[in-house]
Ligand binder design. Structure first.
Ligand code: AHR
Length: 514
């Protein structure tokens, strides 16, 4: 059996087993809670019917925003929410979404289903949503079809306390005080739907647009430039080189990366719930490619920015399959199975591992679109927490925790192009001193025995929860919402510094050493 090795320390031992060395006294960076961020676009039923039902809806809501969805997302400690897109962002004109709703102009959402967007959900509603969620807003401004003035005024409208036409307009719309706002994206996918620009052209546009994204008062904007798609390393190099300022720094705080599983035409061949073992392996292997992408983009960034002044922001990631039969192809509505839980778990383990450069990520998308955490019923007030939701809840322990060095030597699984490490993992220490270890066994059929040397811990007790199901395709529905849900795991044993357990096939496991 082949052995795969993955080390955060650069040293390991040769041992043909699933061996982990967890160094509880060697930190590997801080895991920003913003790695566990989310994305909500005006796309399909993400905003309308997902978050927003309007004040008059029979579905319980607070100022038009669904209470059940807010409550569920508070359960995963949602740290930030990116809005209004996506491709929609570069067609969005924010002034259409303020003021009395009856007077707001409509537009056609040409990207997503050609439906009429009535702008009922705009800036005030989004900021209210973030308040209700207890998360930070992340707004993406329009570069592709917008103007510098439009972006400048939006930032001023949101964050300025000065007397100005923009702040007077805000007050007239019911909000006297500015909002605190940190995260600002200067365009989305400007290599594609955001204007089909070359890297060189966008870099110049970025320099110009970001100039007018001002800090008003004490508010400090964290500027995020549109970064590469997948393995476009040229884009990363050009943006890093051309966004330097005259003081040895950079005109941006973050550079975004977008990567979906899978990319391109393969999506149409994958059903979210009707798939075979080879599809399972293909999707998980494709998701695991995120590690190589981050490693290589980071290597370019390291050369130009060894002090890591610019952070890598993976602000769109997740599984993208064919839409559910009978649904609008432009709405990107897909179910979510145990396979997606594994996609999420292994991707979050990758982000944790790269937490010194990756400080924010946003799964696409929060409700009813792509790899959603929540599905809402069109005809009732029922919602479903998907298997992906449960992974975010299990991994919540890593928010703002100290990453711990972990050395993995694990059996490889699969065959041919789909060979990959059978187990991925990450570990951290929380503020109370507890050590949390999250693992996934990507093999759909075989359990995996693990021996973990817990160095530096003076141990204690171990407890755990596991997410798995009888079949690969298991998923939650409105009639059976808890078919895939975490269960207590009593199978871990800690004797001295030796932790042993067996990961069930196709499972995500979260262990806590107290
Ligand atoms: O998340 C769906 C779409 O995927 C976004 O609008 C776009 O940015 C990306 O291509």
């Amino acid at each position: 059996m082949a052995v795969a090795r993955d080390s955060a320390l650069g040293c390991g031992i040769n041992h043909p087993m699933n061996n982990l060395i967890l160094n509880t006294d060697v930190t590997a960076g801080k895991i920003s809670r913003h790695i566990y961020g989310h994305f909500a676009e005006h796309l399909g039923r993400c905003i309308y019917g997902g978050f927003w039902v309007g004040e008059d809806s029979p579905i319980p809501n607070t100022r038009g925003i669904r209470n059940d969805v807010v409550q569920a997302l508070r359960g995963v400690g949602i740290p930030n929410l990116r809005w209004p897109g996506g491709c929609f962002a570069d067609e969005y004109h924010w002034q259409d979404g303020i003021g009395p709703r009856a007077g707001r102009p409509s537009m056609v959402n040409t990207h997503w289903g050609g439906v009429t967007e009535d702008n009922a959900f705009g800036t005030h509603e989004f900021m209210d949503l973030c308040d209700q969620l207890g998360c930070e807003p992340y707004i993406c401004g329009n570069v592709g079809s917008g103007t510098v003035q439009e972006m400048q005024q939006w930032v001023e409208y949101l964050t300025s306390a000065n007397q100005s036409p923009m702040t007077a307009l805000r007050a007239a719309n019911g909000r006297a005080e500015p909002w605190p706002l940190r995260f600002w994206g200067v365009g989305n996918e400007n290599w594609g739907c955001g204007g089909n620009m070359t890297a060189e052209h966008y870099a110049q546009e970025y320099r110009r647009f970001q100039t007018y994204v001002r800090n008003f008062g004490d508010n400090r904007i964290y500027k995020i430039a549109c970064g590469p798609r997948n393995h476009d390393y040229h884009w990363t190099e050009v943006l890093m080189q051309q966004s330097r300022n005259m003081r040895g720094g950079f005109l941006m705080n973050g550079l975004s990366l977008h990567y979906y599983t899978p990319d391109g035409p393969f999506r149409q061949l994958q059903s979210a719930t009707k798939f075979e073992e080879h599809d399972w392996r293909f999707i998980l292997k494709t998701a695991a490619h995120m590690d190589e992408l981050i490693t290589r983009h980071s290597a370019i960034m390291d050369q130009i920015d060894p002090e890591r002044k610019v952070e890598l922001i993976v602000d769109e990631w997740g599984a993208w399959y064919a839409v559910e039969p009978g649904t609008n192809p432009g709405f990107l509505y897909q179910q979510n199975s145990l396979r997606d839980a594994l996609v999420a778990a292994l991707t979050l383990n990758i982000f944790n591992k790269h937490c010194r450069r990756v400080t924010m990520a946003n799964i696409a998308q929060t409700v009813n679109v792509l790899q959603a955490l929540i599905l809402t019923d069109e005809h009732s007030d029922r919602i479903v927490r998907t298997p992906t939701y449960h992974v975010f809840e299990l991994y919540r322990v890593h928010h703002d925790a100290e990453a711990l060095a972990l050395d993995l030597q694990v059996d490889a699984v699969g065959a041919g192009h789909a060979v990959m490490p059978g187990i991925t993992a990450s570990a951290s220490r929380d503020h109370a001193g507890a050590v949390n270890l999250t693992l996934c066994n990507v093999d759909p059929a075989q359990s995996a025995a693990v021996v973990c040397a817990v160095r530096g811990a003076h141990g204690q007790t171990v407890s755990g929860r596991v997410l798995t199901a009888l079949t690969m395709q298991a998923h939650n529905t409105f009639d059976d919402p808890d078919a895939v849900a975490p269960q207590p795991f009593a199978g871990a044993e800690l004797v001295g510094d030796r932790l042993t357990f067996t990961l069930p096939a196709r499972s995500v496991l979260a262990l806590t050493i107290h």
